[in-house]
Design a protein around this ligand. Sequence first.
Ligand code: ATP
Ligand code: MG
Length: 263
Amino acid sequence: MTDRTASTPLVTVSDLHKTFHISRPPREVLRGVSLTVGRGEFVAVMGPSGCGKSTLLHAIGGLEPPDRGTVAVDGQDLHSLDDERLSAFRRDRIGFVFQRFNLISSLTAAENIALPLRLRGRASRPGRTAVMERVSALMDSLSLHRLQGHGPEETSGGEQQRVAIARALAANPVLILADEPTGNLDWSTGHEVMWLISKLCRSEGRSTVLVTHDARIAAYADRVLVMKDGTLVEEVVLDHRADTEGRPPVAGPLIARLADLEL
Ligand SMILES: Nc1ncnc2c1ncn2[C@@H]1O[C@H](COP(=O)(O)OP(=O)(O)OP(=O)(O)O)[C@@H](O)[C@H]1O
Ligand SMILES: [Mg+2]
């Protein structure tokens, strides 16, 4: 049975290794990565382009099998599941937001957001009214109501990313994995999205792992892991006690710390 006590990490990654063999010599992208993410904890991963951040996120989400090492989410060893069970686990427990939005162009914004709920197994699939209520609440909280009947091609990049974030949250995942989720948003919209994600983490016990190049975005996290050449080289714990409700967190100390690392 799954242990749900607060002290048990939601995510436990042990000694992950991954090599891609498409180049010569093969590229060792993850070189022994271990980390834990607590329940309700918000962890950001930063590091230079190509250091393996997206590959790590994909391995945590069960999208990329590691060569060696394990990933456990909510007590489940992901990479020991067969394809069908792994897909069901991802669908019901993990919300993904990618660098590219990956919205389905033939569906409207509301239909894209509703998709994870409609794809659920019969036993846990909510009824039509419950789906509409959930979609409506998410569209409200991400200021998307104007887009209700619009498809992705009729909306801006920033709007598409907000739809993708709403879709990731739709099924109430225990874990949100986000790869540069604010990369296409202006600062004010990005701040609103980060505020929502960090609030969901803290108040609803959801955990988040977010990859970003922007220290102002990473500053929302409880902890920032710094990656270099396929390993984690530094951890920065952030203190949010002085934050004012609704205002962006102070990023100065994190930026200074990152500058010291000379990545
Ligand atoms: N599916 C793949 N097949 C082959 N090589 C890959 C694959 N995915 C990633 N790589 C390579 O692995 C390395 C790390 O890629 P990754 O996408 O994890 O980096 P990243 O830290 O996310 O970079 P960025 O900040 O630019 O997004 C890169 O050299 C990339 O070309
Ligand atoms: Mg990446």
